[in-house]
Design a protein around this ligand. Sequence first.
Ligand code: FE
Length: 458
Amino acid sequence: MSTAEFRRWVCDACGYIYNEAEGDPDSGLAPGTRYEDIPEDWQCPLCGLSKGDLRLLPEVAAAPAVRRPSAGKTGKASKCKGGDDYVVIVGAGIAGWSIAEAIRAHDQETPLLLISACEGISYPKPAISTAIAHGKGADDLAELDAESHAAQLGLEVRTETRVLKIDTNKRRLTTAKGGIQYGKLILALGAQQRELPLQGDAADSVLRVNDLMTYRKMRQRLDQGVKHVTILGAGLIGTEFAEDLSAGGYQVTVIDPTGHPLASLLPDSVAEQLQQQLQDKGVQWLFGNTLDSLEHDGDHLRATVSSGMAIETDLVISAAGLLPNTALAEKAGIAVNNGIATDSLMHTSVEDVYAIGDCASVEGKVFAYIEPIRRQAATIAADLQGRTEPFDSRPPLVRVKTPSFPLTVCPPDHPDEVSRVTHDGQPGRLDYYEGERLVGFVLSGEMAGTGANLYRSL
Ligand code: FE
């Protein structure tokens, strides 16, 4: 087989891509290792699903140099000002790069410009919450800089360029570095951690970690003699961070107003097991509490929670839930409903403007997980080519990366309509039924690696 025939496989649960050309050297798979030659006990390095759960990705044609006058600037962080024929993507997270890739899979001609407020580095975001245990720093997670990625895909990129305003009548973006014209606009603005109201002279020191840049900041702070970390929020990110930091030797306290970790995702019986497993690893849970104030106290911080209890800590990380970034769209008169409102074709309320990923709310629902992003990208790419492939808003497949108690969850879409929850005779498996129809499941412990096939059968 020639190198041209190397294939790529995706882990739908976490977005990891197994590229045969690159292999997975960390797991002992040399570059060039074919999918068929991967041992059966290999696991997704990001989330632990099994080989059989990977899905073959459609081929992306190798991007030729863009056949345009601006070709010389392709790949460089250019001063490209767009044009009426341009598809302009705002945002360089997984959603931004995924839509660029989906468009280029079928269309090498349309000029594409990707604009990023940050450096635009590509990295596997789910790996952020297990990096310490894997001995990886922030820089080890970076896969590709914006210029190289853009060159691969045959598009133009403008990094560290913040979009300040969208004029949907003139199809024009205002940035701090000049105006940009678009024909079609795709908003991939992402989300940010919710900011919690907080008193005290150290309230500003709370870190909200949701991307590589803020993660790098967190690791820098951890290296400055931190012994105890307080995490606000026992959702997916907070719980994964708790185990990872604990594995890295830090003392960890998690504060959450609910009664269990992942309370919105797990039934109590399973959440209690997760809670116990992490507690056995040394994680301290403060449920039924919120953080009221954070104050400097000598070399440390003093965190006072709503019950009145005070703890000494060195670093507070907020993982209190994601809020879609909608301000830019809202200011432009684009309809917002939780996220930037779209129909099932990812159209916003304004013609030729799309939204994708964590910033988008598809028919009222925000899909803040990795798996749906690629499907949303396929929907937009098809629409741009005049094909109609509506986004199927089925419940997501969520992989909880807590090695001491791994979980694979497909939360039922309408929890109120679940008529039956059954163990199916197997420990580590819970099935949700609406009537006779399987509508969701929770797999835990050793069962957790087997979720993707069950998911496809829903
Ligand atoms: Fe994975």
